[in-house]
Design a protein around this ligand. Structure first.
Ligand code: ADP
Ligand code: MG
Length: 317
């Protein structure tokens, strides 16, 4: 096999900010991102694609909400599974076409993936991740009472349900993903961070939670022995003092400097923070290199021309 890379793409690269998220929009965005992944595969990389699902699962939840008078409710784990299937299907189709256009004959296949979390994870005691539609205070209080939801007021925009975001401990289907790679497939896995499940009496059971896709992607990457983790997002590089006047774009970070800048507050918890921490954990778990960049810069980043790399030590040191 060639270099094995896990490429984690943001849910935003399938539904862009400001879009309604129509299916044609999602296909077009998936195609745009797939071009850059197909280029990589044509260069000889073996690839597992992972993806976020925030906007998509939000729409699934809203659809279920609007249908409550005619249809039974959908638990969150089932919504996550639906989003893995729907998004995986789109990526399979457009990435497959991009590969064929490059003369690469590989099957692209989605693995519905469960990710194990620990019931004792402190996240379960303090649900913090907002999901789904906005509610009025009255509706939110009713949900709290009738459904046992945790709700919070979200910056004057209304009330929202919050769920725990525990750390992933195991990717249940990691061996299946390895076997598919060995058979020459391009694999799509841990969509939306995977369907959160707990292990009880040797059985798996879905839970009402969400898993950060950056952390789940790095766990899978270590499990399958990937060399490279590419975190593809909205920025070409990671910055210090992001958005401030003294902003500095970074070419390279070591595990130590990444951790130090994280402690200094350069990488917020809801966005860049998990990418940096996942990157550090990937290297410490045996990975060689992490690249954080945007989809269109993947090729140039692989050539060392852009992106931010996280390595064990600074290159040349
Ligand atoms: P994704 O959907 O790909 O996970 P996120 O929005 O969660 O994307 O995180 C990526 C975003 O983090 C970037 O688009 C950028 O706006 C923001 N960001 C926060 N801090 C930094 C930083 N220090 N350097 C670069 N981008 C940052
Ligand atoms: Mg994110």
């Amino acid at each position: 096999m060639g270099t094995l890379a896990v490429v984690a793409i943001g849910g935003n690269s399938i539904t862009k900010a400001g879009q309604r998220g129509t299916i044609p929009e999602q296909f077009a965005n998936a195609k745009e991102t797939s071009r850059h992944i197909a280029d990589m595969i044509a260069r000889g990389y073996d690839v597992v694609v992972t993806h976020g699902n925030g906007p998509q699962v939000g729409n699934i939840l809203l659809r279920a909400e609007l249908a409550t008078t005619v249809l039974p409710p959908l638990p969150l784990d089932t919504c996550g599974a639906d989003s893995q299937g729907g998004m995986g299907y789109m990526i399979q189709q457009v990435l497959g076409a991009e590969l064929r256009a490059r003369g690469v004959d590989r099957t692209v296949v989605t693995v519905v993936t469960q990710t194990v979390v620990d019931r004792a994870d402190p996240a379960f005691a303090s649900p913090s991740k907002p999901i789904g539609p906005f509610y009025t205070q009255e509706e939110a209080e009713r949900k709290e009472l009738e459904e046992g939801w945790n709700v919070v007021e979200d910056a004057n925009r209304g009330w929202r349900r919050v769920v725990p975001s525990p750390m992933p401990t195991r990717v249940v289907e990691a061996d299946a993903i390895k076997a598919l790679l060995a058979a020459g497939c391009v694999v799509i896995g841990v969509g939306g961070g995977g369907i959160p499940v707990v292990e009880e009496d040797g059985k798996l059971r879905g839970v009402e939670a969400v898993i950060d896709k950056d952390h789940a992607s790095r766990l899978l990457a270590n499990d399958i022995g990937a060399d490279l983790l590419i975190i593809s997002t909205d920025v070409e590089r990671v910055a210090l003092n992001f958005g401030a006047e003294n902003q500095t774009w970074l070419r390279e970070l070591t595990v130590d400097s990444a951790r130090r800048y994280h402690e200094e507050g350069h990488f917020p918890a809801g966005s860049m923070g998990p990418k940096i921490l996942a990157g550090v954990a990937f290297i410490e778990g045996g990975g060689d290199e992490v690249i954080i960049t945007n989809p269109e810069s993947i090729g140039r980043a692989l050539d060392g021309e852009t992106g931010t790399r996280i390595t064990r030590q600074v290159s040349g040191a």
